[in-house]
Design a protein around this ligand. Structure first.
Ligand SMILES: C[S@@+](CC[C@H](N)C(=O)[O-])C[C@H]1O[C@@H](n2cnc3c(N)ncnc32)[C@H](O)[C@@H]1O
Length: 182
């Protein structure tokens, strides 16, 4: 059975999709998704999703699940500092099976809120700021974030060992990467 992780998976919509497709999924999030994961597992008839409530920076994924086949993280990678993401990606690479695939995205500098982001002109490794109050209100994003320019996320993923298969930016300006551990 393929092993998948969804980092910052929120309510677990993607973890559910992966579980329905036959994976054993680990859902990591700051919020508590235990009860809804249990309901889902009961409905599916197997223990398909394991929910872990916590900060991904404080845990060692290697102790929580067998080696990974799928690494998924949508709209969360900017919620931790650049160096923290680099450390996390290195651990994920080490804990991935050959052939493992990643789908990753982070908040973008070329979004509407990125245009007025206070750290826009800093190198990516130093960016760590909240977006302006007006944009924070509009997008409901209040915590500091590291925003990424077009290919900066892909370059980081590659620097951590993965082979980037596809890197693009959504029409909204969000960088996305599909990568593989060869
Ligand atoms: C913008 S939401 C995205 C949720 C989901 N991936 C989606 O695309 O709908 C970001 C999620 O990341 C989680 N998150 C933020 N920082 C985190 C951290 N350091 N460790 C674990 N989860 C985190 C939040 O709790 C939130 O659910």
């Amino acid at each position: 059975m393929p092993v998948a992780v969804d980092i910052g998976g929120g309510h677990g919509a993607q973890a559910r999709r992966m579980a329905r497709a036959g994976a054993s999924a680990l859902l990591i999030d700051l919020t508590d998704q235990q009860a809804s994961a249990e309901d889902f597992n009961r409905e599916l008839g197997r223990s398909a999703i394991r929910s872990f409530k916590g900060d991904v920076r404080d845990i060692d994924v290697r102790t929580l699940c067998p080696p990974l086949d799928v690494i998924y993280s949508q709209r969360m990678m900017g919620c931790i500092r650049y160096a923290e993401l680099r450390d996390l990606l290195k651990v994920l690479f080490e804990h991935a099976n050959p052939g493992a695939r990643c789908f990753l995205s982070a908040s973008g500098l070329e979004t509407e809120f990125g245009l007025t982001y206070p750290h826009r002109d800093l190198p990516v490794a130093e960016r760590w700021a909240s977006i302006t109050p007006e944009m924070a209100e509009k997008h409901q994003m209040y915590a500091p974030e590291c925003l990424y320019r077009d290919l900066e996320l892909a370059e980081l993923v590659a620097a951590c060992g993965f082979t980037v298969l596809r890197a693009w930016q959504s029409t909204f300006g969000t960088p996305k990467v599909i990568a593989e551990k060869l």
